[in-house]
Design a binder for this molecule. Structure first.
Ligand code: HMG
Ligand code: MG
Length: 303
């Protein structure tokens, strides 16, 4: 196997991690979370979304989050945007980078964005175009890149088609989402084989939820495929409101520990990150789920 010497971690905890929390998380908790992650060395922190507050009430205060965070030079704080209305709000809030999202599954597209894949790609295209006029780079997400909660397995070709369209409309990076965390490594590689016929590995990121405990294995399989951008969520927070039963993203602590053990640089300070994870768990009243975070509590000298 061959691995990249360094990996960019896209921390999605403040958005993907919190969006599914039933009780509204206070603004100051969100702001401290993002500032703590910055302090721990994360350089890309997805900080919220400008989606309909009727659909995802937890993200309704994203503008206040962006204005509350002490932004640090060299750190990106992208936000998710579903349509032009969301882009307008993101621009007004001073966002400097956005992410658009679609799906490789027709049923998931309907449940997540209330439209077909093609309609969602059309919306993404107009958002990416308008964002670029305002000088904002856009990332693109493909949900259900392996399995859909409604349709089951999704073909690699369906994922490749949508990923390729996002790249063609100008997304600088495409993040392939295993939304319900049901994928396994050989299937991940089959999907990446199809996608990298259209995209360079440098344009490709992986986004694994860890519902079935496969995320680290899937990341390893992706690294071997030349992928060097990995999404994760501190403390393994999260889940998608439109993917019943799906748990959080792979924990950033687990990813950093694995990569560091492989000699791969991430720039993240694991003890500081684990402290941020413990604090947000305490705030949310959740038990620690990251295996690495739990082990660090038992053996605090382990780095
Ligand atoms: P819709 O209801 O079809 O849209 O929602 P609409 O255009 O008919 O608007 C309905 C109402 O929403 C209107 O208000 C609009 O103004 C308002 P009303 O007239 O009824 O008072 N509205 C908005 N308000 C604020 N900001 C906006 C906005 N847009 C419309 N941007 C829409 C369509 C796409 C907006 C809706 O379905 C939506 O917000 N969906 C977002 C769902 C979501 O956030 N899902 C989670 C994120 S994706 C994810 O987690 C997956 C990922 O992590 C990767 C992976 O794991 O796979 C990225
Ligand atoms: Mg996700």
């Amino acid at each position: 196997m061959t691995f990249p010497p360094q990996v960019k971690i896209v921390e999605v905890g403040p958005r993907d991690g919190l969006q599914n929390e039933k009780a509204l998380v206070p603004l100051h908790v969100k702001v401290s979370l993002i500032e703590g992650l910055t302090e721990a060395g994360l350089r890309t922190i997805e900080s919220g979304s400008f989606v309909s507050p009727k659909w995802v009430p937890q993200m309704a205060d994203t503008a206040a989050v962006l204005s509350g965070v002490r932004r640090v030079t060299g750190v990106e704080y992208p936000v998710l945007v579903p349509n032009l209305k969301g882009l307008e709000a993101a621009l007004a809030a001073g966002a400097k980078e956005i992410a658009v999202f679609t799906s490789a599954s027709e049923s998931f597209s309907q449940s997540n964005t209330n439209c077909t894949i093609d309609e969602s790609l059309r919306r993404c295209r107009e958002v990416v175009k308008a964002a670029s006029v305002s000088g904002l780079p856009a990332r693109g997400y493909v949900s259900c890149a392996l399995v859909c909660p409604y349709e089951g397995e999704i073909t690699p070709e369906a994922v490749a088609r949508v990923a390729s369209e996002l790249a063609q409309m100008g997304c600088y990076e495409i993040s392939l989402g295993d939304t319900i965390g049901a994928g396994t490594p050989v299937k991940v590689q089959a999907m990446l084989r199809a996608v990298t016929k259209h995209l360079l590995p440098e344009q490709t990121a992986v986004h694994f939820h860890d519902t079935w405990g496969q995320a680290l294995a899937n990341i390893l399989a992706s690294l071997d495929y030349g992928i060097a951008t990995v999404d994760s969520s501190v403390a393994g927070l999260g889940g998608c409101p439109y993917a019943p039963g799906a748990t959080g993203n792979v924990a950033t602590e687990d990813v950093v520990y694995m990569l560091s053990g492989m000699g791969i640089e991430t720039g993240v300070d694991l003890p500081k990150l684990a402290a941020v994870g413990r604090e947000i768990n305490k705030q949310l009243g959740r038990p620690l789920t990251s295996k690495v975070a739990v082990a660090m509590q038992r053996e605090p000298e382990t780095k």
